[in-house]
Design a protein around this ligand. Structure first.
Ligand SMILES: NC(=O)c1ccc[n+]([C@@H]2O[C@H](COP(=O)([O-])OP(=O)(O)OC[C@H]3O[C@@H](n4cnc5c(N)ncnc54)[C@H](O)[C@@H]3O)[C@@H](O)[C@H]2O)c1
Length: 345
């Protein structure tokens, strides 16, 4: 097998604007089919990206197309049923973040993947951008020393998407599970993915479906019975087995300035991203080094890596165990907020 035959499930935003264009840039994948609950959307994507077959469900696609793997780009509540159906049919799986809408779904996916003995990778593109890859290299080379602290923020002043994103039964939650996962994962990966042990967090929903004038809003596709019942901000602390801790903030709506920060601090040096700056000492003086790493298409890098792992039997950069651990952290954030106390993982 020199090319992995992939069927994409979901023909919405991330599929059409990121994954399908990325597949056009890489040479170890052939996209042979696409499925969406909305068949017209699947057909439109098939026409635009020259995909031979379009279907209205993963089941029809598994039945009617010759595939090695599937790429899950559905709403979060679709990740588990689609993954489980594919695994049962012996197909490898790459799945958009978050792994699932909740931990129970993620555990069911884990079981199906293990039972079937197929490959799984969680698709979090941050692990494949040039900055994060450079910092991970520094971590592995020992340049940061022992990493003991991280602080991340994904703060939008007014940026709540519409559509399925705000419907908890479909999304699993608001900004924590939607955008918080990106920055929490970036820091966790750059800390060396220590084992999470305790979480104390709170979520808030003071703004809800705001009517603020003069601001735009991402128009997401509505799901059946679309409700607005999730948080619009969340914050907390995650503790790890090695004594390290991470503070996080994630908001869609907040009365404070927009900012996205990832800061990871080690005994030898600390790092902030955008621009990638290393805070340390040189010959006894404080130094702030800005590192130039260039740009890449992180989605193309990610999907090419997944295909390479399947074709050459390698462990993916975001393996199943870490995907489940990330979902455990997300679940613990919501559980801590629900119970108004620290929770142990
Ligand atoms: N990596 C990133 O930066 C990034 C960015 C945006 C979205 N995402 C993730 O991608 C996924 C999709 O988000 P989106 O913005 O593309 O949403 P979207 O609503 O634009 O598209 C989702 C599509 O999936 C279809 N769908 C839903 N459930 C399905 C099912 N069970 N079977 C087949 N089709 C189904 C919908 O009809 C829709 O066309 C989400 O999990 C989201 O978290 C990731």
């Amino acid at each position: 097998m020199s090319k992995l035959r992939i069927g994409v499930v979901g023909a919405g935003n991330i599929s059409v604007n990121a994954h399908l264009p990325a597949y056009q840039e890489i040479d170890n994948v052939e996209v042979v089919a696409i499925a969406d609950l909305d068949l017209d959307r699947a057909k439109a994507a098939a026409e635009k990206f020259h995909i031979p077959q379009a279907f209205d469900s993963v089941e029809a696609m598994l039945e009617g197309a010759e595939l090695d793997a599937i790429d899950i780009c559905t709403w979060n509540n679709g990740h588990a049923p689609v993954c489980i159906a594919a695994a049962k049919a012996g197909k490898h799986v790459v799945c958009e973040k978050p792994m699932a809408k909740d931990l129970a779904d993620a555990k069911a996916m884990e079981q199906a993947i293990k039972d079937a003995g197929v490959a799984f990778m969680l698709a979090v593109p941050g692990r494949f951008n040039t900055q994060n890859m450079a910092v991970r290299e520094m971590l592995e080379a020992g340049e940061l020393g022992d990493v003991y602290y991280a602080k991340v923020a994904n703060v939008r002043r007014r940026g709540t998407p519409s559509g399925w994103f705000t419907d908890k039964k479909t999304s699993g939650g608001g900004p924590v599970i939607d955008i918080g996962v990106h920055s929490i994962d970036a820091a966790w990966y750059l800390m060396g993915t220590p084992k999470p042990t305790r979480v104390s967090a709170q979520v808030f929903a003071p703004h809800g479906d705001y009517q603020t004038k003069g601001v735009g809003r991402w128009q997401g596709i509505p799901c059946p019975d679309n409700q607005f019942d999730c948080e619009d901000s969340g914050a907390g602390i995650i503790h790890f087995e090695n004594g390290a801790a991470m503070l996080f903030e994630a908001t869609w709506a907040f009365n404070g300035p927009n900012h996205t920060d990832v800061q990871v601090v080690g005994s030898k040096a600390g790092v902030t991203l955008d621009p990638l700056t290393v805070y340390g000492e040189r010959v006894g003086y404080l130094s702030d080094d800005v590192i130039t790493v260039g740009e890449n298409n992180r989605f193309a890098e990610e999907l090419k890596h997944f295909a390479d792992c399947v074709l050459n039997n390698k462990t993916p950069k975001y393996p199943l165990e870490q995907a489940v651990q990330m979902q455990e952290m997300l679940q613990a954030i919501y559980d801590s907020a629900d119970q108004n106390k620290e929770v142990t993982l």
